[in-house]
Design a protein around this ligand. Sequence first.
Ligand code: ATP
Ligand code: MG
Length: 273
Amino acid sequence: MSISEPSQTDSPSPFISDAERPKLATSIRDLQKHYVLKSEVVRALRGVSFDVPEGDYVAIMGPSGSGKSTLLNLLGCLDKPTSGSLLLGNDDIALMTDNELAEIRSRRIGFVFQSYNLIQQLTVVENIQVPLYYQGAMGSKQHRRSVELAQRVGLGDRLDHRPSQLSGGQQQRVAIARSLVNDPYFVLADEPTGNLDSVTTEEILTIFDELNDEGRTIILVTHEDDVAERAKRVVRLKDGKLHRDDVNSPAVRQAARETQRETVAQLVKEANL
Ligand SMILES: Nc1ncnc2c1ncn2[C@@H]1O[C@H](COP(=O)(O)OP(=O)(O)OP(=O)(O)O)[C@@H](O)[C@H]1O
Ligand SMILES: [Mg+2]
């Protein structure tokens, strides 16, 4: 367990070559976000700094109003910081125009929202294809990829269903498949299990485990300790500042997986009685 010390990463060791240094999915320095509401200024982020190496799996926690969604929205290029720097790979998104941000968002970022944000008139496959539509890529190859992703998240038999014909967990799986359709640089998820029961939560977390095992960087916001324990690392915000930055040991992650599986097995057993 360690509190992060951004200053260490500010001046990398001269004894580590560039090739050996882990590549960063994102690097944040003194990030601030202020919202101006008439005469009032809400300082949602007040100088946050940390790095996320490629392949990391980070849970962001903290009390309501501490700035978690604000931070995720900035990482997802949905909004621009007031000050500070935010690198995605080598690109500083703080310096980009709205069009450049939209371009990065559609090509490199997969975003999963708590409320799924599916389009009700579209089928499962069509919803998964939506980010490609914004890229102007809608051929048969893209259709095949969307079907494959639907199958991957266990919806191969629901391809033509509309969101209202799906359970909450199934809708969230569509949202995860949609977030993967552009083969994103990293996957960001804001309370992806916040509305789901424990059986469905386990299914969704298993998908995130697999995505991370494939090497994708994952950053998710959660209020739940047992969800955060599945991540490699837990970043806690408080009052718009970084409060703690802790690593979950492999033993903690494994224990969280086992506890959740036992809970699910017990619930399934009770439901069958
Ligand atoms: N668009 C906005 N305009 C004005 N203030 C905002 C806006 N979005 C967020 N805020 C304010 O910024 C602060 C941080 O909000 P944020 O949504 O990031 O919190 P959070 O940690 O995600 O909370 P929760 O756990 O409730 O989702 C809050 O005080 C909130 O009221
Ligand atoms: Mg939030």
